[in-house]
Each structure stands twice: as structure tokens, then as C-alpha cells.
Write a protein that binds this ligand. Structure first.
Ligand code: HEM
Length: 133
């Protein structure tokens, strides 16, 4: 290639097109992305839950109103999702802190610890269902 009178060598075999269909995230990446998502869900839901707590503690009528709001299937399902996201954030957060201490830093142990964390969250998700329903 000619550039201001100089010949510049261009590395020919450059990636021209990324075929997204062939890209697979490793389990550790999925665990990490979901940890961020669960953190944001926890942050947003905190405001709604505090409002609900405030309403329920305001007066006997307020408590009845809060109880009525959380009585429907859809709201219960959302509450279950929020609790599960919180459990996910805590369990994977502890895994993160252990990684900060130097554990599970290899790919193999990272995948294994992610699988164990997922299993713990699955049990806690069932527990959350028991709390909500
Ligand atoms: C109200 C409660 C909480 C909220 C709203 C919250 C929210 C968040 C958010 C938004 C992030 C940023 C995620 C990112 O940038 O990737 C984060 C990171 C983190 N959270 Fe939480 N969090 C909460 C509680 C907890 C708890 C109880 C733990 C206990 C283990 C925890 C452990 C962590 C860790 C270790 C990180 C850093 C992850 C990283 O370095 O990628 N969090 N949190």
C-alpha cells in the first residue's frame, strides 16, 4: 500500500467478519454477566421494596394495602425473581470475593465453582418460592 510516498506493509490475514453464531461465551463469562445484571436488578428493586415496607408499616390500612398489592400471581412472580436475583448476587458475590483471595482462578476451577454456585442458587430459588407463596 502506498502512503505519502512510503510503502506500508499491511498484515493480510486480518479478521474481516466476525461470525457471531460461532462465538460461545464460557460459563465463567455468563456467571459474571449475570452477576452484574443481578446487581442492577437488586439496586432497582430496593427502592420498590423500601416503598412497600414503608407502606406496610405506615398504618393497619397501609399494611392491608401492601398485603393486597403482593397478593396477585404476577407481583409474587416478580418478588420471586427479585429474591432469586439477590440470592444469585450474594452467592456469586462470595465466589467473586474468594477469587479476589486467589481461589478458583484457573479455567477449570472457575467453571467448577460457577457450577456449584448455580446449584446453590437453584436451591435458594426454590426456598424463595416457598417464602413468596
Ligand atoms: C443492596 C444490595 C446490593 C446491590 C444493589 C449490589 C449491586 C451491585 C452492582 C450494581 C455491582 C456492579 C457489578 C459490575 O460492575 O459488574 C456489584 C458488584 C459486586 N457485588 Fe454487589 N450489590 C449488593 C449486595 C452485595 C452483597 C450482599 C454482596 C456479597 C457477597 C455483593 C458482592 C459484590 C461483589 C463482590 C461485586 C464485584 C464484582 C466484580 O468485581 O465484578 N454485593 N454489586
Amino acid at each position: 500500500m502506498e502512503l505519502s510516498g512510503q510503502t506500508v506493509k499491511v498484515n493480510k490475514p486480518r479478521p474481516v467478519n466476525l461470525d457471531l453464531q460461532t462465538i460461545r461465551f464460557p460459563l465463567t463469562a455468563i456467571a459474571s454477566i449475570l452477576h452484574r445484571v443481578s446487581g442492577v436488578i437488586t439496586f432497582v428493586s430496593l427502592a420498590i421494596l423500601l416503598w412497600l415496607l414503608n407502606l406496610s408499616l405506615s398504618s393497619p390500612e397501609g399494611f392491608t394495602a401492601a398485603a393486597n398489592i403482593t397478593d396477585g400471581f404476577f407481583v409474587k412472580f416478580v418478588l420471586w425473581g427479585v429474591l432469586t436475583a439477590l440470592f444469585y448476587h450474594i452467592v456469586l458475590g462470595v465466589r467473586h470475593l474468594l477469587m479476589d483471595l486467589g481461589y478458583f482462578e484457573e479455567m477449570e476451577t472457575g467453571i467448577a465453582s460457577a457450577k456449584v454456585s448455580f446449584a446453590i442458587v437453584a436451591v435458594l430459588a426454590v426456598f424463595a418460592g416457598g417464602l413468596v407463596w
